[in-house]
Ligand binder design. Sequence first.
Ligand code: NAP
Length: 271
Amino acid sequence: MKTKIGIIGLGLIGGSLLKKLREYEEFELFAVSGNEKTQKTLKKWGITVSSSLETVKLCKVVFVCSPISKTPEMLDKLENIVSPSAIVSDVASVKEFVGKKKRPYKLIGGHPMAGTEKQGFENSFKELFEGAKWVVCPFHNYTKKDVELLKSIIEKTGARPIEADAKKHDYAVSLISHMPLLISQAIFKSAKDNDLALLLASSGFRDMTRLACSNLEMAKDMVKYNKLNIEKAFDEFATSLNLLTEDYKNQIEEIKEQREKMYSKEGKNIL
Ligand code: NAP
């Protein structure tokens, strides 16, 4: 029998997930989208789709791929829709707040560590998760078998599931994603009124400010929902800056050596 999988919110993440999972015969997909163009495409592909959450009623696994701020609302609504044996997994970039409330279904949070600065179904693509990590945070009512099932679906996307505690996840992503986003925006802001600086800016400035072009709704949500961890990350940043100025030569040698070992020639994190 096919595993029924629901996907709610067909944007960059939900769309990419659907485009990859539809390659597998073993899954039957059910989608919830408010976008008529997306609905039309999915119907052409033979996928059950509507704007009603009822569409995922009979699913064994439901992925909630809504914006961060809309995720709790979706999880609330699903309480009256899915069965207690259903596994619900969100993809929000901040995790601890998602698991705060007990649910009548099995709640296992998730966070795919993949994305682009674009959004929407039209920018989604099935290779998005290839070689990426996908964090899994078991929250409520789950069994080991449920976690294994979710991980096996994640693996079908080409991602590697990494089980982690939500609190630790939120601090870790503040260091590698949310604080860098703010720094990238601040670097751009510092130079933006200097015409000569902007004229001379080349690849270094481009790379350092790439995150300033991120999905703005998501950026605002990340900064809002992970505020305390981001503040902690900036404390760590200030400490690092002090250490750098105290012992510059040794510190930068150590940093360069470790950074060089972390990524492959193709730019993939090989840890
Ligand atoms: P996105 O491209 O903007 O897609 C979000 C989708 O959610 C929209 O396409 C829409 O789906 C639906 N949606 C929009 N407004 C809504 C509302 N008010 N209420 C309910 N649903 C709404 O964003 P995304 O990048 O896929 O992000 C979705 C989630 O993935 C977020 O929680 C984000 O934190 C997480 N995430 C993003 C990245 C990244 O780099 N982009 C990486 C990892 C995790 P329909 O058009 O089908 O209705």
